[in-house]
Design a protein around this ligand. Sequence first.
Ligand SMILES: Cc1cc2nc3c(=O)[nH]c(=O)nc-3n(C[C@H](O)[C@H](O)[C@H](O)COP(=O)(O)OP(=O)(O)OC[C@H]3O[C@@H](n4cnc5c(N)ncnc54)[C@H](O)[C@@H]3O)c2cc1C
Length: 236
Amino acid sequence: MGADGSRSHCRFQIPEANRKWYFHEYPFAWFGILAQAPRSSDELIYANSANGFALISQRTETVQRMYFQCDPKENVADWDDERIWSEFRKRVNGNGFELKEGPVLEKMVLPFRSFVHTPMRHGNLFLAGDAAHTVPPTGAKGLNLALHDVKVLFEGLESFYSNGSNGLLESYSDRALERVWKAQHFSYWMTSMLHTAPGSDDFGRARQLGELHSVVSSRHARAYLAESYTGWPTGK
Ligand SMILES: Cc1cc2nc3c(=O)[nH]c(=O)nc-3n(C[C@H](O)[C@H](O)[C@H](O)COP(=O)(O)OP(=O)(O)OC[C@H]3O[C@@H](n4cnc5c(N)ncnc54)[C@H](O)[C@@H]3O)c2cc1C
């Protein structure tokens, strides 16, 4: 089993002629911080602002993790606490909401991309998790996909060792990839809907707000987002 993460060595064991890689690069990254601060909200906050995307997530009563969209070449050394909080304020404060601030404990730039390695099986080598696919973090699907791969592989191994049937092992890659591509689409969609593309024109910005209004004003669109975010049913 090759489950050695996004810098996988295992996937290079599959001959080039037997694999296909799918890539998508994004023109932005996340500037992430861990801050000593109280919770600002009970729920995650995803913000699409005229100044770019921000995500406020909660960790404990006293430590929070937050991100804002940045240039992939951004240097964390250029950002002191005041500059960081000022960027967050521009993106999330307003309409009566005010972010709770505190000392920044950690800061990092997280570039991301979409990647899929196919097939996820070569002979007796089974790839799982980030070794086979990565998604932008916007949809929070990476770890969930890795766990689903393991579930599908477990079913194949269980079937093989309990009754000698290798049908589920043979179909491992196809079954895992079906969910991978759904998650790729969802992660791409969330990313493009919530981030500001560099060079985006007035039409692009207004269309994006139209897209957001379409989602929040439609019960069906909200249900699609919620179902995709929390994960689809699993089955054999
Ligand atoms: C900032 C950030 C936020 C995220 N948020 C979310 C989220 O909210 N929800 C979500 O679902 N996902 C999230 N993810 C993605 C998630 O962390 C990954 O998709 C997930 O960890 C992938 O699991 P994995 O086991 O495939 O790979 P990894 O977690 O990378 O584990 C691979 C393991 O293999 C080991 N390894 C590598 N090479 C070797 C070797 N040669 N020999 C032995 N061991 C080796 C590594 O040390 C590592 O322990 C986030 C990722 C980031 C970066």
